[in-house]
Design a protein around this ligand. Structure first.
Ligand SMILES: Cc1cc2nc3c(=O)[nH]c(=O)nc-3n(C[C@H](O)[C@H](O)[C@H](O)COP(=O)(O)OP(=O)(O)OC[C@H]3O[C@@H](n4cnc5c(N)ncnc54)[C@H](O)[C@@H]3O)c2cc1C
Length: 314
C-alpha cells in the first residue's frame, strides 16, 4: 500500500483513462479515501447516487469488472478505523460496518453472545474473501443467499445507518432487507453498525447449507437457534436462504416447536412447515422442487444440531 494522503491533497482522483478497452476492465471512476465517517458522509452527499461506498470490495469490484455497476466515484471506507469494532453494549453486541468477516469469525465476544453469527461466518466464501469482506458490505449488498443478513433476521438484529443531512436512524433487520440486493439505505446513507441482541445461555445454534463447491454461495441454507429447558423447547428461530429475494423467517415452524419435546417427529413436522409454503425459484443449479426438498432436509438437520448444542449448554 502506498502512503495514504489526506483527501484534499490528493491529485485529481480520476483513476482510469479508458472507458473501455483491452487492459482495464472497470468503467472509469473517481477514487476518494476519507479518514472519518463524517468525511465519508459529506462525500456521499456531494456525489449523490452516482457514488458507491467501497468496503472490502469482494462484491463491488467484481461488479465493476463485469460492468454491472458503473459508479462515478468510489468512496473507500478502508481508512475509516472508527467503523472497525466488536463490543458489548448493554443488551447487544455492536459490530462496526468495516469489521472484517474474519475478525467476526475469530471474535470470542461473538462466539459467546451471538453464537449463530459465529457458526455462520466460516460458511462465507473462502478465507481470502473473509479477510477482506466486511459485515457492513455484506449487509448493504443484501445478497439473498448471504449468511450475515440471514443471521441478522434470525436474531432480530438492528441496523444503524447515518447520513450527513438527517443524522442516524435505527432499522430492524426485517425492514432493512427489502428484497433482491435491495435495502432501506438511502443513496446518501452509510451503514454504520449492526446490533445483535445478546443471547442467553442454553441457546443452541446451527447453520446448514447445500453448496455445489466449497466456498460457493449456498444453493439453500437453514439457520436455527433453539432454546431448551429440561425436556422442552422454549423458543426456536428458523431462517432459510436461497429460496426467495431475501432470507425468510419460518414463523409457523417456530411456533410449532414452542413447548414441544425435541423429538425427531417434531423436527420433521417443523421442517415440513418451513418448506411446504415456499415457492423457490428454479435455475441452472436446481429446480424449485429440489430447493424445497433441500429446505426440508436442512431445516431438520439444523434443528437437530441446534437442540443438541442447546442440551450441551449452548
Ligand atoms: C468468490 C466469492 C464467494 C463468496 N461467497 C460468499 C458466501 O458464501 N456468502 C456470503 O455471504 N458472501 C459471499 N461472498 C461475498 C462476500 O461476503 C463479500 O465480502 C460481501 O458480500 C461484501 O462485503 P464487502 O465488504 O466486500 O463489500 P463491497 O464489495 O465493498 O461492497 C458491497 C456493496 O455494499 C455497499 N457498501 C459497503 N459498505 C457499505 C456501508 N458501510 N454502507 C453502505 N453501503 C456499503 C457497496 O457500495 C456495495 O454496493 C463471496 C464473494 C466472492 C468474491
Amino acid at each position: 500500500m502506498g502512503e495514504r494522503l489526506p483527501l484534499r491533497s490528493r491529485p485529481t482522483p480520476t483513476v482510469h483513462s479508458r472507458s473501455s478497452g483491452d487492459q482495464l476492465k472497470s468503467p472509469p471512476f473517481a477514487y476518494v479515501a476519507p479518514t472519518s465517517v463524517e468525511e465519508a458522509l459529506t462525500l456521499l452527499a456531494e456525489h449523490g447516487d452516482e457514488a458507491k461506498l467501497l468496503a472490502g470490495g469482494q462484491s463491488l469490484v467484481p461488479l465493476l469488472a463485469l460492468r454491472l455497476a458503473s459508479p462515478s466515484a468510489l468512496i473507500d471506507l478502508s481508512g475509516v478505523p472508527e467503523l472497525d469494532y466488536v463490543r458489548r453494549e448493554n443488551d447487544h453486541i455492536a459490530i462496526g460496518a468495516m469489521t472484517r468477516e474474519r475478525a467476526v469469525e475469530r471474535s470470542e465476544v461473538v462466539r459467546e453472545f451471538v453464537p449463530l453469527l459465529s457458526v455462520a461466518m466460516p460458511l462465507i466464501g473462502h478465507l481470502a474473501i473473509r479477510n477482506r469482506g466486511t459485515v457492513g458490505g455484506s449487509a448493504a449488498h443484501a445478497d439473498p443467499s448471504a449468511e450475515i443478513p440471514a443471521v441478522a433476521i434470525a436474531c432480530d438484529a438492528e441496523v444503524v445507518v447515518r447520513s450527513s443531512a438527517r443524522g442516524e436512524r435505527t432499522i430492524t433487520s426485517d425492514d432493512f432487507f427489502q428484497g433482491f440486493f435491495s435495502t432501506a439505505l438511502e443513496p446518501d446513507e452509510a451503514l454504520i453498525e449492526l446490533r445483535f441482541p445478546v443471547v442467553g445461555p442454553g441457546t443452541g445454534v446451527a447453520f446448514e447449507e447445500a453448496t455445489r463447491r466449497h466456498g460457493d454461495f449456498a444453493m439453500v441454507g437453514a439457520a436455527a437457534a433453539v432454546r431448551t429447558e429440561g425436556a422442552h423447547i422454549v423458543e426456536a428461530r428458523i431462517v432459510v436462504i436461497g429460496v426467495s429475494d431475501k432470507p425468510v423467517r419460518r414463523r409457523e415452524a417456530e411456533q410449532a416447536l414452542a413447548g414441544a419435546e425435541p423429538t425427531r417427529a417434531a423436527f420433521e413436522e417443523a421442517a415440513a412447515l418451513a418448506a411446504d409454503s415456499l415457492t423457490p425459484p428454479s435455475d441452472l443449479h436446481g429446480t424449485s422442487t429440489y430447493r424445497r426438498h433441500l429446505v426440508r432436509v436442512l431445516v431438520r438437520r439444523a434443528l437437530e444440531s441446534a437442540v443438541q448444542h442447546s442440551q450441551e449448554g449452548g
